[in-house]
Design a protein around this ligand. Structure first.
Ligand code: 26V
Length: 805
C-alpha cells in the first residue's frame, strides 16, 4: 500500500485521539501501541474487503484449515512489513520522537498453541495469503493461551496467560455470524416419506461467536482470514431467581460452564484420556466451523452436490476429525441427502495430516462419553464403522476378525480418531519423508495396504518471512545486497548465496551479523537474569518442548561430561560454549519437569564454578514462545536436533535455525534427513542410531542400558552424579530420571547414542575454531534453507491434496 510519512503522522496522531482520547504528550506506550495497531488494521481493512469480494467472485476452491492451535506470534511489525509500510512508519514515528520496536514490543503474543503443530498452522496461513490461495484458518479463541512459564528455584511453575487482558487490536467480533452448537440430549428417529429422520432433542445449546483476524499476504494486497471461535451462552446470561436470593455463584453457573469451553488451551502435547472439556472443545470447533462453511456455500447458489469441488477442509491432526461425522450430519439431517452421497461429498472434502507416531498422542475417545455428549455424532460414527468393517470383510479380510477389529474405528469401547480420519478422508499425509514412510510401512500399514492412493508426504516448511526477513533484518538485508531481493518472493533463490560461500568479505559480514545477534541476546540475558555470558563463546541452543524423546537429557549428559573433563584438567583446551535451553514441559509430565530442574541445577553449579574459567555456561531461558524464538534463532551457532531417531515427525525448529545460519547437530530423524540431503554431510553434524537400527532395537528388544552404563566410564560417572550429591539438590531429586534410564531400560536410547554424540560435539568444537570453514558451512545452510519455505509446502498441498492451484 501507499502512504507517505506526513500522511502517516497525521493518521497516527488522529488515531491516538479517536481511539485512546489522548494527545502524544499524555499517551503511554500502551496507548501508542493500540493507536498504531488500530491504524494498521484500518490500512489492512480495504484490502481485506477487496480480497473477500474477489474470492466470492472468482469461484475458486476455498481451503479451510481446521486446527485446535494457531501460534501466530505478534502481528504489528509483520503486518507493517506485509503492507510494505514499515519503513515509512518507523520514520514517521521517529519524527514524533517514538521508537517502533519499543512500541511493538508491548504487544501480547497470542499463545494459542503448544508447539510445532500450532506454529505450522500459522506458517501455512501466512503462505496461503502470500500465494493468494483462498485459505481460512479455523480455530478457537482461547481466553488463556499456553501457560506462562516461570522458573522458581529451578522448577517450572505455570501461570495463566492473560493475553486478552487488554484488547486484541487485530480481531473483529462478528456476533451476527454466530452459530449454535448442540451438546447432549437424545435423538428421536422417525420415518417420513420412506426415509428415516433424525431429530435431536433436549440438547444444551452453546453459541459459537466468531472473531476474525486478518492474515496479510506479503506485499500482494491480499488479506485472508483466521477465524477464531469463542463460546458464549445462547441467551440467558444469568439466572434472576438465584441472583435475587443472593446466590451469585449459582446465578452465573451456566454462563461459566458454557464459556469454559473456550477458556483454556490444553497445555499437553500428548493425549490424556477422558477429558470431557477437550472433547467439547473439539466438537465446538468443527461444528461451528462446518455449519458456517455450509451456510456460506449455500449462499453462493451452487448445489451442495458440488460442495467438494469448491471446498476443502483440512484437519490438522485428528483433533478436528469430528468434522467428518459433522459434515455427514448436516448433509443428511439438515439438507436431506442420502448416506451414499453424503459420504462421497464428505470424503472428497476432507484431508488429514498426521503429526506424530507417539502412541500417547493418538486420540481415542471413550464410546460412552461420545454417546452422552454427542448422541447423533455417535450414531454416524457407528454407521461409518459398520460400513467400513463390512468393506474389509467383503474385500481383503474375509474371516480375519483380528485384522478387522484392529483396523476398526470403534473397538474396545473406544473410538480411534486416526482411523476415523483415514477412512473419512481422501488424503492422509505425513510431515517429513521418514515420518510418511513409517506411517506407510509400520504405524498405519494396514490402512496403506487398502488405501495406498490416500497416503502422501508433505515435508513441513516455515515462513521465511517471519523466520528470516522479520526476525533477522540485518541478515536479510545483507542477503538482498548480494543476491538481490528476489529470494523474498522465491525463497529457493537463496541458493544464489552459494556463489559467495568462499567470498571473505561476504563471510565477514555474515560473521558480524551473527555477533550482533549474539550480543543482543547476551544483553537480554544480562538484564533479565543478571548472568554474564561471553558473546564470543559458541551459542549452542536447544529450544523446543521438553520431552523425553527430544532428549534434552542427552544434551545435559554431554555438558556434565565436559564439566568433568574440565574439573580433571582446568587447562583443557575446550572452546568456550554457552549451552542455552528453552521450552515448556506439560504440567503433568513429571520427568519433563525434572529435566528442567536438572538443567537449572547444572547451570547453578557450573555457572558459579570459577575453576573452569568461564569455559562453560548453562542457561535455561524461561517462557519459550514465538517472540523468544525470534530472538534465539538469529543468535544460534549450533542447533540441537537430537531426538531419538523415528520419534520426531518432522521438526520445524531445525529449519528456523538453519535459515539463520546455525550449524545443526542432529540424528537422522524427521526433516533432519532432508536437511542433511540438501546441505550435504560436510555442512551438518550427524550422529546416532539410524531409523532401521532403532526399529530393530524396539522390535527385538536387544537393548540393555545397564550394560552401556557399565561399559562407558564417562557415562557411568555422569549418571552417578545425578544421585550422589554432586548437584546442588537432594540426592533423590533426579532419581526419576536415573531410574527411567536404568531400571526402565532407557526407552529413548539416550545411553546408546551418548558416545557418538560426544564424538559429534568434539567435531563441532574443532570446526568452530576454523572460522572460515564455519562461515562457509553457515552460508551453505542459509542457501539451502529456501527449500524449507512453507510457500513450497503449501504449493504442494494446494496442488496435490486440495486441487486448488
Ligand atoms: C496432541 C494433543 C492431545 C490433546 C491435548 C492437546 C494436544 C496438543 C498437541 C497434540 C499433538 C502433538 C503433535 C505435534 O505437535 N507434533 C509435531 O508436529 C510438528 C508439525 O508437524 C512436527 O514438526 C513435530 O515433529 C511434531 O512433534
Amino acid at each position: 500500500m501507499r502512504v507517505n510519512k506526513d500522511q502517516f503522522i497525521e493518521d497516527f496522531v488522529n488515531k491516538l485521539v479517536s481511539k485512546r482520547g489522548k494527545k502524544i504528550k499524555e499517551a503511554n506506550l500502551l496507548d501508542k501501541y493500540y493507536a498504531l495497531a488500530s491504524l494498521t488494521r484500518d490500512y489492512i481493512a480495504e484490502y481485506w474487503v477487496n480480497t473477500n469480494e474477489r474470492y466470492l467472485k472468482d469461484n475458486k476452491k476455498q481451503i479451510y484449515y481446521f486446527s485446535m492451535e494457531f501460534l501466530i506470534g505478534k502481528l504489528l511489525i509483520s503486518n507493517l512489513m506485509s503492507l510494505g509500510i514499515k519503513e515509512v512508519c518507523e520514520d514517521g514515528l521517529k519524527d514524533l520522537g517514538l521508537d517502533l520496536n519499543e512500541i511493538a514490543e508491548i504487544e501480547k503474543e497470542p499463545g494459542l498453541g503448544n508447539g510445532g503443530l500450532g506454529r505450522l498452522a500459522a506458517c501455512f496461513s501466512d503462505s496461503m495469503a502470500t500465494l493468494g490461495i483462498p485459505g481460512y484458518g479455523v480455530g478457537i479463541r482461547y481466553k488463556y493461551g499456553l501457560f506462562q512459564q516461570k522458573i522458581m528455584e529451578g522448577y517450572q511453575e505455570e501461570f495463566p496467560d492473560q493475553w486478552l487482558k487488554y484488547e486484541n487490536a487485530w480481531e473483529i467480533k462478528r456476533p451476527s455470524e454466530s452459530v449454535e452448537v448442540k451438546f447432549g440430549g437424545n435423538v428421536i428417529i422417525t420415518q417420513k416419506d420412506n426415509r428415516l429422520k433424525f431429530v435431536h432433542e433436549n440438547y444444551e445449546s452453546i453459541l459459537a461467536v466468531p472473531y476474525d483476524i486478518p492474515i496479510v499476504g506479503y506485499k500482494n494486497n491480499i488479506v485472508n482470514t483466521l477465524r477464531l471461535l469463542s463460546a458464549e451462552v445462547m441467551d440467558k446470561e444469568f439466572d434472576y431467581y438465584h441472583f435475587n436470593k443472593g446466590e451469585y455463584t449459582k446465578a452465573f453457573e451456566d454462563k461459566y460452564n458454557t464459556e469454559a469451553i473456550s477458556y483454556v488451551l490444553y497445555p499437553d502435547d500428548s493425549y490424556e484420556k477422558g477429558k470431557i472439556l477437550r472433547l467439547k472443545q473439539e466438537y465446538f470447533l468443527v461444528s461451528s466451523g462446518v455449519q458456517s462453511i455450509v451456510e456460506s456455500f449455500k449462499k453462493s447458489g451452487k448445489h451442495l452436490k458440488e460442495f467438494y469441488k469448491y471446498v476443502s477442509i483440512h484437519i490438522n491432526d485428528t483433533h478436528p476429525a469430528l468434522a467428518i461425522p459433522e459434515l455427514i450430519r448436516i448433509l443428511i439431517d439438515e439438507e436431506g441427502f442420502g448416506w451414499d452421497e453424503a459420504w462421497k461429498i464428505t470424503k472428497h472434502t476432507i484431508s488429514y495430516t498426521n503429526h506424530t507416531i507417539m502412541a500417547e498422542a493418538l486420540e481415542k475417545w471413550n464410546v460412552d462419553m461420545i454417546k452422552k455428549f454427542l448422541p447423533r455424532i455417535f450414531m454416524i460414527i457407528e454407521e461409518i464403522n459398520e460400513r467400513f468393517c463390512k468393506e474389509l470383510w467383503n474385500t481383503k479380510y474375509n474371516g480375519d476378525f483380528d485384522k478387522i477389529s484392529e483396523m476398526a474405528i470403534i473397538a474396545d469401547n473406544q473410538i480411534k480418531m486416526a482411523h476415523l480420519a483415514i477412512v473419512g478422508s481422501h488424503s492422509i499425509n505425513g510431515v517429513a519423508k521418514l515420518h510418511t514412510e513409517i506411517l506407510k510401512r509400520k504405524e498405519l500399514k494396514e490402512f496403506y495396504n487398502i488405501y495406498p492412493e490416500k497416503f502422501n508426504n508433505k515435508t513441513n516448511g516455515i515462513s521465511h518471512r517471519r523466520w528470516l526477513l522479520k526476525c533477522n533484518p540485518k541478515l536479510a538485508s545483507v542477503i538482498s545486497e548480494y543476491i538481490g531481493p528476489s529470494w523474498i518472493d522465491s525463497p529457493e533463490s537463496l541458493m544464489n548465496l552459494l556463489e559467495f560461500k568462499k567470498d571473505p568479505c561476504f563471510k565477514e559480514k555474515i560473521y558480524k551479523i551473527k555477533q550482533y545477534n549474539k550480543n543482543k541476546f547476551a544483553n537480554m540475558v544480562k538484564e533479565k537474569y543478571s548472568i554474564e555470558i561471553n558473546p564470543n563463546s559458541i551459542f549452542d541452543i536447544q529450544a523446543k518442548r521438553i520431552h523425553e524423546y527430544k532428549r534434552q537429557v542427552l544434551n545435559v549428559f554431554h555438558i556434565m561430561h565436559l564439566y568433568n573433563k574440565l574439573l580433571e584438567n582446568p587447562n583443557l583446551d575446550i572452546y568456550p560454549r554457552t549451552f542455552i535451553f528453552a521450552g515448556k514441559a506439560a504440567p503433568g509430565y513429571y520427568i519433563a519437569k525434572e529435566t528442567i530442574k536438572l538443567i537449572n541445577s547444572l547451570g547453578k553449579k557450573i555457572n558459579n564454578d570459577y575453576r573452569i574459567k568461564d569455559k562453560l555456561k548453562v542457561l535455561f531461558i524461561e517462557d519459550y514462545n514465538i517472540t523468544l524464538a525470534e530472538l534465539l534463532m538469529p543468535a544460534a551457532d549450533v542447533s540441537e536436533q537430537i531426538s531419538t531417531t523415528t520419534k520426531e515427525a518432522s521438526g520445524t525448529g531445525n529449519m528456523k535455525f538453519m535459515m539463520n545460519g546455525a550449524i545443526t547437530i542432529a540424528t537422522l530423524d524427521g526433516a533432519n534427513i532432508e536437511i542433511a540431503n540438501e546441505v550435504g554431510e560436510d555442512n551438518i553434524i550427524i550422529f546416532g542410531l539410524k531409523a532401521k537400527e532403532v526399529l530393530e532395537i524396539y522390535k527385538n528388544n536387544t537393548h540393555n542400558s545397564i550394560d552401556i552404563y557399565n561399559e562407558d566410564i564417562r557415562l557411568k560417572t555422569v549418571m552417578d552424579e545425578l544421585i550422589n550429591g554432586f548437584l546442588p539438590v537432594s540426592m533423590d531429586e533426579f532419581k526419576g530420571i536415573y531410574d527411567s534410564l536404568l531400571k526402565d531400560n532407557d526407552k529413548y536410547l539416550v545411553l546408546k547414542d551418548f558416545c557418538d554424540y560426544v564424538r559429534a560435539q568434539e567435531k563441532i568444537d574443532k570446526l568452530y575454531r576454523n572460522k572460515s570453514k564455519w562461515l562457509e558451512m553457515s552460508v551453505t545452510n542459509i542457501a539451502y534453507s529456501g527449500k524449507f519455505s512453507s510457500d513450497k509446502t503449501i504449493e504442494e498441498y494446494a496442488k496435490e491434496i486440495w486441487g486448488a492451484l
